[in-house]
Write a protein that binds this ligand. Structure first.
Ligand code: TYD
Length: 207
């Protein structure tokens, strides 16, 4: 892949409000006349969506869970992400490999080394921009309480959430040029103004 890729990901713990912004980002870019594929992980392909249904509902061991995340990602990368980027279009993806570092690596306690080994095996580049939607536990829990039936991850307790959030924050600290932390306790219009400024910069750098 070239250095002028157009790959955006959104990350954050459940209840951080990230999903609200994924479609908005895609629509903003389309409004600039750009071709955009909006997608998600786990999922993004027919097989990936089947794997998503399994990992979100069926009890399984941590290695299995991690490998299934990467199996879904591998299909997604080869069938959707790489071909889209190769033709110069934009990919906006709701979660990607940072989620595995955060949830399996941090939340579940697998550690970063195993995740890194799978990332290396898959030989995928990292996104060009990642927005990390960050909120404290109380805010995330309150937002989740209003949502539909919780999945396997959303049912986890406070300690899991704190480990996952801390792992995300550590990744942002290690890669500040790529991962930008968004204070997601703020009102949606305020967050969108920040996203819009970032998107305009990204687009200008790639046109
Ligand atoms: P999410 O993206 O939050 O979708 P929804 O808004 O429909 O709940 O749900 C996906 C869940 O999968 C989320 O709890 C995080 C988890 N997940 C991982 O644990 N590891 C991963 O690598 C990915 C991509 C997701």
């Amino acid at each position: 892949m070239t250095s002028r890729r157009r790959f955006i990901t959104l990350e954050g713990v459940d209840g951080a409000g990230k999903s609200t912004h994924t479609e908005w980002i895609a629509e903003f870019l389309r409004g600039q006349g750009l071709e955009v594929v909006s997608t998600r992980e786990p999922g993004g392909t027919p097989l990936g969506e089947k794997l998503r249904a399994l990992v979100l509902t069926d009890p399984m061991g941590l290695d299995t869970e991690t490998l299934l995340m990467f199996a879904a990602r591998c299909e997604h990368l080869h069938q959707v992400i790489e071909p889209t980027l190769a033709r110069g279009a934009w990919v906006v993806c709701d979660r990607y490999t940072d989620a595995t570092y955060a949830y399996q690596g941090g939340g579940r306690g697998l550690g970063a080394a195993r995740v890194a080994a799978l990332e290396t095996w898959m030989q995928a580049g990292r996104p060009d921009r990642t927005w990390l939607f960050d909120v404290p536990l109380a805010v995330a829990r309150a937002r989740l309480a209003d949502a539909r039936e919780p999945d396997r991850f959303e049912r986890e307790g406070a300690a899991f959430f704190e480990r996952t959030r801390a792992a995300y924050q550590a990744r942002a600290a290690a890669e500040p040029d790529r991962i930008q932390v968004i204070d997601s306790t703020r009102a949606i219009p305020e967050i969108r103004a920040e996203l819009e400024a970032g998107l305009r910069q990204l687009v200008a750098a790639r046109s």
